[in-house]
Design a protein around this ligand. Structure first.
Ligand SMILES: [Zn+2]
Length: 448
């Protein structure tokens, strides 16, 4: 047990309390007190004290759309439309890489995330060919929380109820093997493939079987939804309905479903998401870089759809930096709404923390600094030229701070970054190996 003492705590609790001269008591993986420093010290006399003078504590950031296996390709997808981007970069990479490369790419991404204050991420479309034992081992060493959306698509044969059930059941057996592994850091989800363009499979029985298996396992489903002009148009032309209607008719909405992007959504579709309790991951940096479209975020938030933030990843962001995501989310909404108050710093921080926890079904455990919650805490050192003075701490976190402000990261009570240094692996040797393997991959994929 230990106390983090002499800090400012941005709790993100229901009252959004900001406590100055505060302390946080951590026992094992849990927060057992957050209050004024003197009160906490009186309650837990003789406990080890970690002096955090000058630090601002925020809940760990939750990146709800992070393709964590793409870091070795950073910079190779610039200036590309999404279809050649998938066909000429992502697919050849997946075809050419072996499972060890996949784990190396994930490790590099996870180091970047930890150094950026991210304590939990959702990786959609995790390759079923990956070595899940190696991956869980890497996650455990680094100590980060990972929601792995295992890529799930029907096979090419015609759809039938029995085949769909068997396919979903065999997927869920693998999910069950790894769900909760690495001391509970790993969660397994279905990374569903839904039709996006001509030639994509379309098996309604399969989607229903996946929805049933996810409910039985108590896990979530995530997929890219209504992202691009072309994939939204494809659904309209092929099925005669909007993407949210297609998802509703195919058992692919609900409070255990996290949709990605939704840039092309119409107002009635936003209503369908709200009625079904479906969550949405917003990735403004990647959406702008890829010219995907602009999510009408202020209208989505006004309907009470839960919206979280995600970076997308090294190919179309080109980083896993949630500070940049928070700031960009605000700037984009203010710009398109022609209002300097269309969106606030407070809303951006909510999306990156408590809304992310809701989006992954863990609002009772993650997303805020509160009694009984998991101790996932980031200490920001705001005593720097670019973050001083602090008149408004939320403003400084979202608009002035960046990931170099991250000093210490704690996940489930364990210090996984201390004074800017990742504790679980040797960062320099991972970077060295990543450079070597990335050179080989570039020659194989791009310069072939
Ligand atoms: Zn994505």
């Amino acid at each position: 047990m230990y106390l983090l003492d002499n800090l400012t705590a941005v709790t993100m609790d229901a009252e959004r309390r900001i406590l100055r001269d505060a302390a946080i008591a951590i026992d094992g993986p849990e927060i057992v007190a957050v209050d004024e420093s003197s009160a906490v010290k009186k309650r837990f006399p003789g406990t080890e004290i970690v002096d955090a003078t000058g630090m601002t504590a925020i809940p760990g950031l939750i990146d709800t759309h992070a393709h964590a296996d793409q870091s070795l390709l950073r910079g190779l997808g610039d200036g590309m439309h999404w279809i050649p981007f998938i066909d000429d970069v992502v697919e050849p990479y997946l075809a050419k890489r072996d499972p060890a490369i996949g784990v190396l790419a994930n490790t590099l991404s996870m180091i970047e995330m930890l150094r950026s204050g991210t304590t939990c991420f959702v990786s959609p479309n995790v390759d079923p060919r990956d070595d899940y034992a190696l991956l869980a081992d890497a996650i455990g060493k680094l100590g980060i929380r990972a929601v792995l959306g295992r890529y799930t698509m029907p096979d090419a044969r015609p759809d039938s109820v029995s085949k769909a059930r068997n396919a979903a059941k065999s997927a869920s057996r693998i999910m069950r093997d790894w769900h909760g592994s690495a001391d509970g850091l790993v969660s397994m989800w279905f990374g569903l493939h839904v039709p996006r363009r001509a030639g994509d499979t379309d098996h309604p029985h399969f989607y229903e079987a996946v929805a049933n298996e996810a409910a039985a396992l108590g896990v979530g489903i995530t997929y890219h939804f209504c992202s691009e002009i072309e994939d939204a148009d494809y659904i309209v032309e092929h099925y005669g309905m909007r993407p949210a209607e297609w998802s509703r008719d195919n058992h692919a909405l609900g409070d255990n479903v996290l949709l990605i992007n939704g840039c092309q959504m119409t107002d009635p579709e936003i209503g369908i998401l709200a009625d079904s309790g479906t969550h949405l991951a917003h990735s403004p940096v990647a959406n702008m870089k890829m010219a995907t479209g602009i999510l009408p975020l202020t209208r989505v938030l006004a309907t009470n759809v839960n919206v979280s933030l995600g970076t997308d990843g090294a190919l179309n962001n080109n980083s896993y930096d949630m500070f940049a995501e928070m700031k960009t989310a605000v700037l984009l909404q203010n710009a398109i709404n022609r209002s300097a108050s269309a969106m606030t710093a407070a809303t951006a921080l909510e999306m990156a923390t408590i809304n992310g926890a809701k989006a992954i079904g863990r609002r009772d455990q993650l997303g805020s600094i509160e009694l009984g919650k998991q101790a996932d805490i980031v200490l920001l050192d705001m005593r720097q030229a670019f973050t001083a003075p602090v008149h408004d701490v939320l403003s400084n976190i979202v608009f002035a701070a960046n990931r170099s402000t991250v000093d210490t990261v704690i996940i489930a009570g364990r210090k996984v970054v201390e004074r800017g240094v990742v504790t679980g692996v040797d960062e320099a040797s991972v970077i060295d190996e990543a450079k070597t393997r990335a050179d080989e991959l570039r020659k194989l994929i791009i310069e072939r």
